[in-house]
Design a protein around this ligand. Structure first.
Ligand code: PEP
Length: 256
């Protein structure tokens, strides 16, 4: 992987109260040794309501577990009832923020323009966007997954320079694999992750492409992690359901 440190991120989605979140992070911290946390970067992505608790726990215990948010507003402040700004997340010392998760795209109608605006909002506030792209089953059946995902990437990063994207993380998440138990094959994951890196080399130069971490997400479990991560362009995993089980998530992190 040419020096790219593997990253395992657990997207909790709309699960766990802040009290339950504390329990899960504590269990995770007990399950992972310092060398394991050095070998792979481990990040949890709780709901907004648990971020402050996770921050307090991680900072207080000096745990080498990172955290991020599941969404942010494209706007910086103002009349956006129910939204959360990048500044608010930065004030909680979040490092990462998911942008363009398929559940946001589908359930909240976020199109590529919204996704691009949110990537820019994250960067404005010093957050690292964890940008999700991925094709639905119809596109996969047509064999158009590479063009679909590279087009999503292009539109999300439109107008941004390589300098601005130094820390960007991309997650390839085929929609048909999310929460379905149907994991992509290692070859499927490598095909699109490799194509995304090649596209990034064309659009922003080979140096950035070599530095950016590209994760796979979609029904990752402890027993399929090793195969998925074998691809040379697959730098880690974005884990949904399995990240709610401390033992299983820890096992995934150890595998990385
Ligand atoms: C996700 O929501 O990002 C995800 C990959 O979910 P799951 O692992 O449950 O398929």
């Amino acid at each position: 992987r040419e020096g790219r440190r593997p990253l395992i991120a657990g997207n909790w989605k709309m699960n766990l109260t802040h009290l339950e979140a504390i329990g899960l992070v504590q269990k995770l911290a007990f399950s992972l040794t310092d060398p394991q946390l050095e070998a792979a970067e481990v990040v949890v992505v709780p709901p907004f309501t648990a971020l402050r608790s996770v921050q307090t726990l991680v900072a207080g215990d000096k745990l080498e577990i990172g955290y991020g948010a599941q969404d942010l507003s494209a706007a910086d402040d103002g009349a956006y009832t129910g939204d959360v700004s990048g500044a608010m997340l930065a004030a909680l010392a979040c490092r990462y923020v998911l942008v363009g998760h398929s559940e946001r795209r589908t359930l909240h109608g976020e199109d590529d323009a919204v996704v691009a605006a949110k990537v820019q909002a994250a960067l404005r506030h010093g957050l690292v966007p964890l940008l999700c792209v991925g094709e639905g089953l119809d596109v996969r059946r047509e064999g158009a997954q590479v063009t679909h995902c590279t087009a999503q990437l292009d539109r999300a990063l439109d107008g941004l320079t390589a300098d601005q994207l130094q820390e960007l993380v991309i997650a390839y998440e085929p929609v048909w694999a999310i929460g379905t138990g149907e994991v992509a094959t290692p070859a499927d994951a490598q095909e699109v992750c490799g194509a995304l890196r090649a596209r990034l080399a064309e659009s922003h130069g080979p140096e950035l492409a070599a530095a950016v971490r590209i994760l796979y997400g979609g029904s990752v479990k402890a027993d399929n992690t090793a195969g998925i991560l074998a691809g040379p362009d697959v730098d880690g995993a974005l884990v949904g359901g399995a990240s709610l089980d401390a033992d299983q998530f820890a096992q995934i992190c150890r595998t990385a």
